[in-house]
Ligand binder design. Sequence first.
Ligand SMILES: N[C@@H](CCC(=O)N[C@@H](CS)C(=O)NCC(=O)O)C(=O)O
Length: 223
Amino acid sequence: MPIDLYYFRVSAPSRAILMTVRHLQINVNLKHIDLTEGQQHSEEFLKINPTHQVPVLIDNGFTLWESRAIMQYLCNEYAPNSSLYPTEPKARALVDRWLNFDSELYSTIDKLLIDKLAKGVEIPEDVITNYKNKLKVLDKLIGVKLYLTGDQLTIADLSLLATTTYIAWSEQFDFNDYPNYKRWNTRLKSELHYYEGINGITREDRDATMAKLKARFQSFRMI
Ligand SMILES: N[C@@H](CCC(=O)N[C@@H](CS)C(=O)NCC(=O)O)C(=O)O
């Protein structure tokens, strides 16, 4: 029975899963959910994920949402010996810590991006300063390491890599201020042969998506 992956091409957490399945060479049946059309609110989709979010994975009747949990599951179920998610408890704990760190970073940047690009809200200076401070910490944490937890690529790198696309799209931050982060990001983009195919969303695509989302938000406000 095939594994179904519900995703939206522009969504960062969806792309984190796409990179994981590509890396582990797991076959999935892709089901595109167009968030700009509000397809995540259909009765059928809400039965799958009441939080109306992508990505969602359905593996032989087992339904799982939350991208980081999906990445962990895919490694546990289909690639238990992969260095993407090490089994040694301390090594695994460090990956889990990064995944949690990334989750927090993601939720702030997601809101910032939607507010700015899809709702047309001016981002308050203190919110930007706060995020800049988070990026400074991130930069320090990466330090001179090749990958987030050391010398092996893990799902934490893939998750953060997807998050970084939103950080870039927000156009609020100069990556030169975060040299370790910039080096890590630049290296991974060229090292992972599937990076561009999955994450290479053109500016036109992105702007068109944001414009459609903006129209949706505006029509809701008029109700
Ligand atoms: N914590 C979730 C976040 C997922 C998320 O933010 N999904 C967004 C797209 S990037 C979504 O589906 N939004 C539609 C909605 O909330 O209605 C994860 O990592 O899977």
